[in-house]
Design a protein around this ligand. Structure first.
Ligand code: CU
Length: 107
């Protein structure tokens, strides 16, 4: 039993190299923000899943916002994450470009 626990610990540690550190957990879905759009604009995750948005549009300012649910703030670089705990369909948009819309479906 003890040996099993030690083995499991080593396996977890091994999986963490080199990704573990500041960015935990690994996102389930990544949405790229480029060319003034969310790509893909419609994604699906299991409940408890984490979506990561990557601001990668040459410094152009964007915003990931679903009022009352999540808000990245307006920014031109970096990433933003949200973990979806409840089943549902969540629409979001960019306040800078209101025609930029996206949908997260949580199963
Ligand atoms: Cu935008």
């Amino acid at each position: 039993m003890r040996r099993w626990i030690v083995g499991f610990g080593l396996a977890v540690a091994a999986t963490c190299v080199p990704a573990c550190g500041t960015e935990d957990p690994v996102p389930d879905v990544v949405v790229e923000i480029s060319n003034v759009q969310f790509s893909p604009m419609d994604v699906t995750v299991e409940h408890g899943g984490t979506v990561e948005w990557r601001f990668d549009d040459g410094g152009l300012l964007h915003h990931v916002e679903s009022p009352g649910l999540f808000d990245s703030g307006i920014t031109g670089d970096g990433t933003f994450r949200h973990t979806f705990e409840s089943v549902g369909v969540y629409e979001y948009s960019c306040s800078v470009h209101p025609y930029m819309i996206g949908v997260i479906t949580v199963l």
